[in-house]
Design a protein around this ligand. Structure first.
Ligand code: NAD
Length: 382
């Protein structure tokens, strides 16, 4: 297929570009290269003759139209977005511009292009809108999000994604554009910008700095390894039914505090000699390991780390919670398993172990980011 991927220089997008090329597709990566876009995430595929890059801001309707008509895609996979909830609290305007207006321009350009195609190609064309489970709001202690869960977004980020989901579905219902929507749980893995929880914890461990955990760390997320997400997206674009929504999740619910402890334990094993002396006066009293209500499975082969005097977990610091912080997200991914045969390949142990190891092995990648404006600072305190 000829696949136009927006946001291909971001975390999920760069993993998706790599996987699509590996599966033999031609890819045009359309990305504005915001603070979150990084072509260094694609150096290994940059010279692949089936790969092209266009620096285009999706809020620029003309440039988006030219990119779509120029590349003549069989499918558009739309990932470009402002994606960080904390940033959406500080500056919601850019989230409306990119996530809502940008999606509108991409839908319009795709519709115009779709209408220009001969019938057989038009019938095969797909527009995949990649979204989040955060549009569904927060769950209590039980229950799962299904594809029919009513929308109830709480942050500017999730409200902007909900808005774009509705636009995408409306272009299917009103204009007949073959649209598919996916709503996915939290991703983790290689090339994630170090403002999100998992890389923050790893890099704070390496620097011996306080590891900020919002509130009491009791918020629960369903964690999915990014390559599993990308495999799901390619399945949906190739075999999904237009007009349908597919929830994608990892069957891997973890409380934030348990996950942070797991990463600290992995760091104890993999990098036992990192600096463990937080600057004095900067660490609030750690409340220690919270009750094991949803304990992670033990990581095999782990050393004595964890509770010892030099454990990275001694850096854990509870900080003021995020405003409007949803308590629990959990996905029922039975539809995509039943209809498309997809399920995650990585399990809890393998995925997190690989991820920690990747950040340890790819210091040049994240050091280049941290030498810029972003310094692992806390954002979005309202
Ligand atoms: P990211 O922030 O790492 O990457 C976003 C990419 O979009 C960057 O390369 C950025 O340069 C690009 N971009 C931003 N604004 C743009 C614009 N105006 N024009 C063109 N490009 C622009 O995000 P991510 O974590 O890779 O998420 C990708 C998509 O997946 C998003 O739509 C997000 O809502 C969705 N999603 C993410 C997760 C997750 O856990 N990360 C979970 C579910 C869904």
């Amino acid at each position: 297929m000829r696949i136009l991927i927006t946001g291909g220089a971001g975390f999920i997008g760069s993993n998706l570009v790599r996987l699509a090329l590996a599966e033999g597709h031609h890819v045009l990566n359309v990305d504005a290269l915001t603070y979150a876009g990084n072509l260094a995430s694609l150096t290994d595929v940059a010279s692949d003759p089936r790969y092209q890059f266009a620096q285009v801001d999706i809020t620029d309707a003309t440039a988006v139209g030219e990119a779509v008509s120029g590349f003549q895609p069989d499918a558009v996979m739309h990932l470009a977005a402002e994606s960080h909830v904390d940033r959406s609290i500080d500056g919601p305007g850019q989230f409306i511009q990119t996530n809502v207006i940008g999606t509108f321009h991409l839908l319009q350009a795709s519709l115009e292009y779709h209408r220009s195609l001969p019938a057989e190609r038009a019938a095969r064309f797909r527009f995949l809108h990649v979204s989040t489970d955060e549009v569904y709001g927060s769950l209590g202690e039980t229950g799962l999000f299904t594809e029919t869960t009513p929308y109830d977004p709480h942050s500017p980020y999730s409200a902007s994604k909900a808005s774009s989901d509705h636009l995408a579905r409306a272009w299917q219902d009103t204009y007949g554009l073959p649209v598919l929507v996916t709503n996915c749980s939290n991703n983790y893995g290689p090339y994630q910008f170090p403002e999100k929880l998992i890389p923050v914890v790893i890099l704070k461990c390496l620097r011996g700095e306080p590891i900020p955990v919002y509130g009491k760390g009791e918020n629960i997320r369903d964690w999915l390894y990014v390559e599993d997400h990308c495999r799901a997206l390619l399945s949906v674009v190739q075999r999904g039914t237009p007009g349908e929504t597919y929830n994608i999740g990892g069957n891997n619910e973890q409380r934030n505090i348990d996950l942070v402890h797991l990463i600290c334990d992995l760091m104890d094993e993999l990098r036992p000699h990192s600096e463990l002396h937080p600057p004095s006066g900067r660490v609030e009293q750690s409340e220690g390991r919270a009750p094991q209500h949803n304990s992670p499975r033990p990581v095999s082969g782990r050393g004595a780390g964890g509770e010892g005097p030099t454990a990275h977990s001694s850096l854990i610091t509870f900080v003021t919670d995020r405003p409007g912080h949803d308590l629990r997200y959990a996905i029922d991914a039975s539809k995509i398993k039943r209809e498309l045969g997809w399920e995650p390949q990585e399990n809890f142990e393998s995925g997190f172990c690989k991820t920690v190891q990747w950040y340890l092995d790819n210091e040049a990648w994240w050091q280049a980011i941290l030498s810029g404006d972003y310094q692992l600072d806390r954002l979005g305190q309202n």
